[in-house]
Design a protein. Sequence first.
Length: 184
Amino acid sequence: MQTGDIKIGNTFIYDGKIYTAIEWQHVCQPRLAAFIKARIKNVETGAVLERNFKTNENVELCTIERKDMEYLYNDNDIYYFMDMETYDQLPLSKEQVGDAMRYLVENSVATIERVNDKVISVNPPLFVNLKIVDCEPAVQGNTSKSAMKSAKLETGFTVKVPLFVAQGDTIKIDTRTGEYLERV
């Protein structure tokens, strides 16, 4: 496919790497050849690049396959996910899973994204409910606004919570920001 036909949100392979188009603008200047001014995001690393393409340059269009899979368990640095339709297990390395492990407990569901049968990312649900296993005692001092304390969750992730939250409570976390939302 030629770069002139790419739209925002399309996923394509360029220089052997997978990118998603964030901004895509066709630029035509007098006495110069037209070109595409683009911002593209590397799907694997998350790096955003600004790049100019010729309008007749060819790239390979690809699709991202998204599938909900159940997280089963981990064995050393290998994490096992199960396809809930076929019951096939998919082992993934710690690097492939990335920060998603902060929010996944056994039997929770994550969205696995693949391109050409290669896993590119593991995404937890937008909001998760996790139990607090350890937190600092509530010490209310001279505070002019809402005070926060650190709390360790059942996954090992540490998050800031209000003083009234105690050990054993279940809280709701926004996985996009990693912040406390409410006590459940």
